[in-house]
Design a protein around this ligand. Sequence first.
Ligand code: BJW
Ligand code: ZN
Length: 228
Amino acid sequence: MTDIRNIVVLTGAGVSAESGIATFRGPGGLWEGHRVEDVCTPEALAADPVLVHRFYDLRRAALAGVGPNAAHRALAELDAAWPGDLLIVTQNVDDLHERAGARRLLHMHGELTSALCARCGVRRGWHDALPPGTRCDACGAAALRPDIVFFGEMPYQMERIEAALARADLFVSIGTSGAVYPAAGFVQLADAYGAETLELNLERSAGSGFFAETRLGPAGVLVPDWVR
Ligand code: BJW
Ligand code: ZN
């Protein structure tokens, strides 16, 4: 990776697929048995908090039975060793990047293990059952919700992401379908800022045409190959 100093890595559900976490779209995807609009909007949360909380409780509980795979580990190694700027932007709400040891990481779509107070914005850990109606320690409102970015809500830390993309010499997208914005637009932004662009994915995605190079295969093979 000559002449590359600053790297932004975007990861999606495909990075965690080999750990046994279902992706969203496609056969066997998480949303096969759910209607997206039933669980992934603020309106759905307001209309049926019990259903939405149950959906996230199940996925949070599933984290206990899975672990990071070779792709998470390779990215953590890159993070530990890379002397330039590096930012791993994950769309994933699981905690497998951090469990593999990644540090320069941000969760743009939130985290399963975090609860957000919809009233005052304070966060707390969410590891065991936290039933709908649990009160916020900070403001006392019964407004704790999954700390997840639903459709129509602003993804987290967009300014920091855009600043990193502006400085990037290389943008690498791993295991994401390119179906959800603004993440799907990062490749064009990075390209416009002059970065090299590389996609690692099991199959061609909606965004493949925007990348200078696409390598097809499982993340558990492609990511270690790219990093080492
Ligand atoms: C492997 C593999 C292996 C499998 N190895 N690879 C019309 C046009 C344009 C935009 C909009 C529009 N209408 C509405 C919008 C905006 C909307 C949007 O994009 N909608 C689209 C559906 C069109 N976006 C939003 O609302 C976002 N907010 C927003 O835009 O705010 C305004 C704003 C604008 C500009 C700047 C800033 C703000 C919020 C989006 C929130 C997304 N939230 C979700 C749900 C989280 C809750 C939960 O987890 O339950 O986040 S959606 C869901 O999709 C989840 C994911 O993070 C996200 C991306 O999915 P991902 O990771 O790509 O997974 P898959 O399953 O789609 O793909 C897996 C890929 O892996 C595939 O390609 C496989 O091939 C591959 N793969 N195995 C390698 N072993
Ligand atoms: Zn509060």
